[in-house]
Design a protein around this ligand. Structure first.
Ligand code: ADP
Ligand code: MG
Length: 225
């Protein structure tokens, strides 16, 4: 009955006002996403990749156009619903990890669950299960600040998975990693993408291309391939 795409970016335009001038970052962009797969978004620095992810996450609002998640327009959702959508449906991974350095691995992973009101015992249980399924049990009680960059990013990936989101957004997830750890992170994302939509922004497209099931290139606010 419901034939709407899983995720639809429709006629999306984002302008930024710089004094009297208006810059168009995304210009009438339309992209349809299926519910699983590893979608690579590439494009030069400044081409609007991070802006697109922030729009999909409902963190910023479009100037015009809309984003539809399972047929629902994000622009028509109340702030409360957008916030619930972000907490429950989106997992976000950043280049700089954005973890709490002084806290444990387990605490960092379950924080989104605690914020979402999940009880502590259940949250810990889920956190440990996640660590276990990626062979990372030994890290549970380690403090983030003592981990290597590659380990931190793998923790950040698990944190993004904590609430079992339908969409994982990764903004330059390997930007701060060496080749070996970049590869491990991409492999992990590729594994995750078998069961859900993973959108990865990267200008290290050589590595990401090996894993991508689809590649979208942005230029001048539009899709060029
Ligand atoms: P990318 O991630 O592809 O490097 P971004 O989406 O971060 O590109 O930025 C695209 C363009 O929009 C850049 O020129 C950037 O300077 C501009 N931009 C991003 N955020 C803002 C903002 N909050 N205010 C004004 N300009 C912005
Ligand atoms: Mg960016």
């Amino acid at each position: 009955m419901d034939n709407s795409p899983f995720l639809l970016v429709k006629n999306l335009t984002k302008n930024y006002q710089m004094g009297a001038k208006t810059f168009t970052v995304l210009n009438n962009l339309t992209i349809s996403f299926a519910s699983s797969g590893f979608v690579l978004i590439s494009g030069k620095s400044g081409s609007g990749k991070s802006t697109l992810l922030n729009l999909i996450a409902g963190i910023i609002k479009p100037s015009s156009g809309d984003i539809f998640f399972e047929g629902d327009a994000i622009s028509l959702m109340s702030e409360k619903r957008i916030s619930a959508f972000r907490n429950r449906c989106i997992g976000y991974i950043f280049q700089q990890y954005n973890l709490f350095d002084k806290q444990s691995v387990l605490f960092n992973i379950i924080l989104p669950l605690l914020i979402d009101g999940v009880g502590i015992p259940k949250a810990y249980c889920r956190g440990r299960a996640l660590l276990h399924s990626y062979n990372m049990d030994v890290f549970a009680d380690q403090i983030i600040g003592n981990l290597s960059g590659g380990e931190k990013q793998r923790v950040a990936v698990l944190r993004a998975l904590a609430n079992n989101p339908k969409i994982v957004l990764a903004d330059e997830p390997t930007g701060a990693l060496d080749q070996k750890n970049a590869l491990a992170t991409m492999e992990m994302l590729s594994q995750i993408a078998q069961g859900r939509l993973v959108i990865v922004v990267s200008h290290d497209s050589l590595l990401a291309e090996k894993f991508a099931t689809r590649k979208i290139t942005l230029k001048d606010g539009d899709v060029i391939s």
